[in-house]
Design a protein around this ligand. Structure first.
Ligand code: NIG
Ligand code: FE
Length: 412
């Protein structure tokens, strides 16, 4: 089992709240990783005291809070962070990474005034259906490398560009090869061949498509929006998924006000994503629920829509996550640092809130308690920044600050 000690960390964001600091920052800190888990987190000076005292354990602190006893013979790899900042790996709780083709032409048209519309999804459906498994797998591998290189250590992937039983099944299967967080999104849009028979398509999603995809999936999602699925259709599809053992999440309130948020809260969904157009009732419902409001500022950036009001949600008491929504239509970026910079600059979030939302918030949106924070027993997913503080993620937008990424204790 590999043991790694990262020491001389200038600012360690643990996301373990202490003394009114939700991000539980430690300065001049160290982290010990044993195998794929965090074994100890604490002040680097505690280790010096240990060596000076001959490596004995002292005091009567709980085991996880005692400084580790390290002897050089144990083959500990020591990493000197040189005063840099270390944060938990980013948790990107919303992506659509299995698809063929791209839609750069749509983006270009949008930048000269053409509005975004849900119907563009059908173009990617065509390109995805005509791609082979090998082509999709190779593309996906490239995206996974892109995510990891930018500090994302946990990510969700949705289906939704197949929209036949066989194509949705293969997208779910290919996604499951790279993440346990697979979401069945057969209800992304009604495909062209069903445009005059939408009831039949909803039936297909609830029955044969769900049966084919459920074995590869943890989640079920619906695009509840004008131009996609109505609230009644969405409720029916999510209920079918839940009856099949999947957990619900919702795309809602992206292109205009709607019932997506209310539906998500009513069903106890883990998350409702977009939340760009919210009524006071929507905000109150989210604040009084366990449903995370996942904000996707890459979409507003790439569609020239107004950004969601994160400040309003946080002030009301809602839990906010940030995710990339990486997809070829509305947000073709996988950069969580960009999401943080946009959230801080455009959405009223403080740098600390944005970093929390991109790490611990994402973990909450995926109902994961093993990632998103750095504490004994958690997965050793960490990012060392080429900067002295996490604030630099927003302060130096567009600069590649991710220096080293550890996933399950292994440095990339
Ligand atoms: O989250 N809103 C629905 N789905 C994607 C867009 C997909 C596309 O345009 O291809 C989203 O924005
Ligand atoms: Fe999406």
């Amino acid at each position: 089992m590999t043991t790694t000690l990262i020491t001389n960390i200038g600012e360690l964001t643990t996301n373990v709240a202490s003394d009114g600091d939700a991000l539980g920052a430690l300065h001049d800190a160290a982290v010990l990783i044993v195998g794929d888990r965090i074994a100890w987190v604490g002040p680097a000076s505690a280790l010096d005291r240990e060596s000076a005292s001959g490596g004995r354990e002292v005091g009567n602190q709980p085991a996880s809070r005692r400084p580790p006893v390290l002897s050089p013979e144990e083959g500990v790899e020591v990493v000197d962070a040189g005063g840099r900042a270390v944060i938990p790996g980013f948790v990107d709780s919303h992506t659509h990474l299995v698809f063929g083709g791209d839609r750069a032409d749509e983006f270009e048209a949008r930048m000269t005034g053409t509005p975004y519309a849900a119907g563009g999804i059908r173009r990617t459906v065509g390109a995805t259906r005509s791609a082979s498994d090998e082509e999709l797998r190779a593309r996906l591998a490239g995206f996974v490398a892109e995510l990891h290189g930018q500090g994302t250590t946990t990510f969700e992937i949705k289906t939704g560009y197949g929209l036949t039983v066989a194509d949705e099944e293969r997208l779910a299967r290919l996604a499951a090869e790279v993440t346990p967080e697979v979401t069945f999104l057969g209800a992304h849009v009604v495909p062209a061949e069903y445009s005059e028979r939408r009831d039949e398509y909803v039936e297909l999603v609830c029955d044969a498509m769900l049966h084919a995809c459920a074995p590869h999936s943890r989640w079920i999602d619906v695009f509840c929006e004008r131009g996609a699925f109505t609230p009644d259709e969405s409720r029916r599809i999510l209920a079918a998924g839940v009856a099949h053992g999947l957990e619900p999440r919702v795309h809602g309130n992206q292109l205009g006000p709607g019932e997506g948020v209310g539906l998500a809260v009513e069903l106890g969904a883990a998350s409702v994503d977009h939340c760009t157009y919210l009524s006071d009732d929507d905000v109150a419902a989210l604040a009084g629920s366990t449903t995370v409001a996942t904000l996707l500022p890459g979409v507003e950036f790439s569609t020239r829509q107004p950004y969601p009001d994160a400040r309003r949600l946080i002030d009301a008491g809602a839990t906010v996550a940030l995710a990339s929504d990486c997809n070829p239509g509305s947000s073709f970026t996988s950069s969580m640092p960009l999401m943080i910079a946009l959230a801080v600059r455009e959405m009223g979030m403080s740098p600390a809130e944005a970093v929390w939302a991109a790490t611990a918030g994402g973990a909450k949106a995926l109902r994961r308690d093993d990632v998103g924070a750095l504490a004994p027993g958690m997965r050793a997913d960490l990012v060392m920044l080429d900067a002295p503080t996490r604030v630099h993620l927003a302060y130096r937008p567009g600069v590649p600050l991710v220096r080293t990424v550890w996933i399950g204790g292994a440095a990339l």
